[in-house]
Design a protein around this ligand. Sequence first.
Ligand SMILES: [Zn+2]
Length: 358
Amino acid sequence: MHTTFLCLACARVYPWDSLRRLCDCGGLLDSLNPRLFDAAQVTAEPTLWRYRHVLAEHPPVTLGEGWTPLAELRLQGRTILLKLDHLTPTGSFKDRGASLLVTRLHAAGVTAVVEDSSGNAGAALAAYAARAGMRCGIYCPASTAAAKTRQMTACGAEVVRVAGPREAAAEAVLDAAEACVYASHVFDPTYLEGTQTAAFEIAEQLGWRAPGAVVAPVGNGTLLLGLLKGFRKLREAGVIAELPVLSAARAAVRPTLAEGIAVRRPPRGEAIAAALRATAGRAVDLSETEILTAWQGLAKNGLYVEPTAATAVAAAGRLLRDGAVPPATDLVAVLTGSGLKTGEASAAVWDMAGAAPG
Ligand SMILES: [Zn+2]
């Protein structure tokens, strides 16, 4: 029982080893996972592969990703929960998707992949491709943090810097994908099969129940859409009764400190809007001051994440201020990337801002 692919436009189904970016009709693909989640089959393995019964039958390509801690943070007189997804092999939640995607491609016999990325997805793919013995090429916007491109080249990937906005790298990779497999964190729904494990973990860590609300940074939506997929999988199996309210943290302006979510027109934009509607969540557009304040505030609590990750906490603060999260409701904010990968431009803003507000 393999996970297959379903065209969201015409409902055509493609087999598990399909290497296509889109349906023949041009529609985006979603995954069609026939397995039922079963809490009794969850193993004690301290990685996301503890949910292997619902993920894949292929031998995992793994670096020990997932099963990240839930930690408490005091925010505006409330205690919220932080999912520490910056604590992963390459320092971002993207390892969840990369592990599942490379596992599938490896099983399909793929030996060379290309990807376009503003940083974390490329770093994750480079690491998992290295683990699987695949050649890897990453197309980055010229503005990508040196800490991230260094991480990619260290893992053996060929890095191609593309001038212009993030979208220019997305176009450039399509030419390269003629010769290699396009291992896209945006188009390949296997990625969401991986990021859905964040939902499984949050529910398991809460004693097999859903939190009231989850807020995640959203650029291309790989985390938000995975969370929705995961919580739906749990509801389908009767593990949880209701979906949490899912909200999206976004940067209001460009350029932004939150370089990881600087995506003008995400290809899965409709699905992101539908996810917010389906759970009565909202998009929270954050000013640079709000992002900087949340970033520095987290660091003052010992949590050094990248500015993109801090948007989740900035948005959580806004939701609390607006009274959007009822008292006694668990609010989870996902910290998506390590501060060690912060770009030079963002670091310069931090330096100029001086001491953080209390
Ligand atoms: Zn189609």
